[in-house]
Design a protein around this ligand. Structure first.
Ligand SMILES: CC(C)(COP(=O)(O)OP(=O)(O)OC[C@H]1O[C@@H](n2cnc3c(N)ncnc32)[C@H](O)[C@@H]1OP(=O)(O)O)[C@@H](O)C(=O)NCCC(=O)NCCS
Length: 226
């Protein structure tokens, strides 16, 4: 349900991308970020193809923004047969897929939110108070956990950061689960709750090598059909 990968250079995963992905990756000036974006998009296509039991090139992902119509919105599988979400931060790229309903995933390197102004810019008054009540060394991971939970929830609804995170509370219809990826990262998955007493079963898979194999397979099947 949740797969993660280290970022791979765009050329390594190129066969798993479509033209919209390639245009997005080409527009990113920073090489490290381009690798994250390419890997996130390739991973999303692979996890969706596995869930749908089809080949990656048959997975059609629509990214139409509901605000402006450009292709930078919440990714969805055309037909909504499965629900998907992706996120990336430094050396972690994550993708989630579910048959159950809309979901959002977020990962953040703890150092990315470890600066003094973050709390005032991103947290609600209650969240700020909870962080401030902790001993100083516990604040960065706690802040990252609060942030990834909130961003995962905002991504599940597709609103993202169009809403002001300083006043955004997590929708009670969502279940939010912390994901244990790596000590230096916080990560969370938010998923529509069917039964609030039931904890969603989440499997976390290291897909770094698998993604490379799938990219090689996709490249050779493309060559064979050319
Ligand atoms: C979605 C959003 C919260 C991601 O923030 P981030 O921390 O920079 O990035 P993450 O790595 O966690 O997630 C990125 C992924 O989120 C997904 N995403 C993009 N927009 C999304 C949305 N509205 N809802 C859910 N997921 C979204 C994409 O898969 C994206 O992957 P990409 O980098 O390959 O494009 C932020 O970009 C956002 O709020 N965007 C919407 C803003 C908007 O709609 N503005 C109106 C423009 S007209």
């Amino acid at each position: 349900m949740v797969s993660w990968s280290n970022p791979h250079p765009p050329v390594v995963v190129d066969a798993l991308l479509d033209d919209v992905d390639r245009a997005r990756v080409a527009a990113v000036r920073d090489d490290a970020l381009a690798a994250q974006v390419a890997t996130g998009r390739a991973l999303l296509r692979v996890v969706a193809s596995d869930a749908l039991d089809c080949s990656p090139e048959d997975v059609l992902i629509d990214r139409t923004c509901t605000t402006c119509g450009e292709a930078h919105g919440k990714p969805r599988i055309v037909g909504d047969a499965v629900h998907i979400s992706a996120s990336h931060s430094k050396d972690r790229v994550v993708a989630a897929v579910s048959l159950r309903g809309p979901l959002g995933i977020d990962v953040e390197h703890i150092s990315s939110v470890a600066f003094a102004e973050f709390d005032d810019a991103a947290l609600t008054a209650g969240e700020r108070a909870a962080v401030a009540a902790l001993p100083p060394r516990e604040r960065p991971p706690a802040r990252a956990r609060l942030w990834t939970r909130k961003e995962a929830a905002l991504k599940a609804s597709g609103v993202g950061l169009r809403t002001d995170p300083r006043i955004a509370e997590i929708d009670a219809a969502l279940q939010v689960v912390d994901l244990d990826l790596d000590a230096d990262y916080a990560a969370a998955l938010a998923i529509e709750s069917i039964d609030s007493t039931e904890t969603p079963r989440i499997t976390i898979t290291d897909a770094s090598d698998y993604l490379i194999r799938r990219a090689e397979q996709a490249a050779s099947s493309r060559t064979a059909t050319a």
